[in-house]
Ligand binder design. Structure first.
Ligand code: ATP
Ligand code: MG
Length: 254
């Protein structure tokens, strides 16, 4: 199962990604937590030391490593077992969680970075070695990561939004882009909902079939973000999220 989390800056993508990672990991799945953001927030939210996360080689920079291992290259698919090794070596482990950094999609205007990007896509697509594995992609606030390549094999794009006009606007853009790319399931998830009025506003902005749920604003999330000891987000850190995670699983399996 491969789920990508997208949406405007600050809406809660990383918080929700971390919650999902914990949820699936607690259910016994091997979870690849992939941070597409240049900052270190997903790793830290999962409880990894910031320094280790910063020093982790991003996937985009692994091309040379893998080519080096394979002594002279060859077709990418011959290298799959090596990719497996490299991922083991270049991920940070917390129990059954493997944390990876994606690194920036290289923009060049021309085809000059094509090789790096297609390499990145291939690696992302080889992550699911086992049927039971789960990949959670915490996308950056921009939409540059949401390309045909990276979204290949994504079962669900979860578009997170706050109950504000600007955030809803971005959510609609992402929603459309993801649908245009042919991603089968694109669902909107409201976050930081403080009142009935905000919930009503959120629900009025999307068609009911596109909404997967609404997560309340919860002071404890902010408190946890301050405290290093309890800063590690658990699957049930926010009230009502366990229900939503179950709905997400049902949705992907449907
Ligand atoms: N349901 C919630 N209740 C209260 N605070 C929340 C909730 N969800 C997220 N937050 C807080 O909102 C802030 C932004 O959340 P987060 O970093 O997950 O967003 P993001 O979309 O990943 O941001 P960025 O675009 O910068 O990567 C954090 O301080 C987080 O603790
Ligand atoms: Mg984030």
């Amino acid at each position: 199962m491969k789920i990508a989390i997208s949406g405007k800056g600050g809406v809660g993508k990383t918080t929700i990604s971390a919650g999902l990672v914990k949820f699936f990991s607690n259910q016994g799945h091997r979870v690849y937590a992939v941070d597409a953001d240049p900052d270190v927030s997903l790793g830290v939210t999962l409880g990894l030391p910031a320094r280790e996360v910063e020093q982790l080689t991003p996937l985009v920079d692994m091309k040379e490593v893998i080519e080096g291992k394979s002594q002279g290259g060859g077709a990418f698919f011959d290298l799959n077992p090596k990719v497996d090794d490299v991922i083991e070596d270049y991920s940070l482990k917390i129990g059954n969680i493997r944390f990876l950094r994606m690194g920036g999609i290289k923009q060049g205007g021309s085809a000059c970075y094509c090789k790096e990007n297609s390499f990145l896509n291939s690696v992302l697509n080889t992550l699911l070695f086992d049927q039971d594995d789960v990949v959670i992609l915490d996308m950056s606030a921009g939409i540059e990561h949401l390309t045909r390549g990276t979204s290949q094999g994504v079962d669900l794009v979860l578009v997170v939004t706050e109950p504000t006009r600007v955030s809803v606007q971005t959510a609609r853009v992402v929603q459309k882009l993801a649908k245009d790319m042919g991603i089968a399931r694109v669902k909107v998830l409201g976050n930081k909902i403080r009142s009935q009025r905000e919930e009503d506003f959120f629900k009025s902005q999307f068609s009911p079939g596109d909404i997967i749920g609404a997560i309340p604003f919860d002071e404890r999330v902010l408190e946890m973000a301050m405290d290093e000891e309890t800063g590690v987000l658990q699957e049930d850190s926010i009230k009502g999220t366990a229900e939503i995670y179950k709905k997400i699983v049902d949705e992907v399996k449907s």
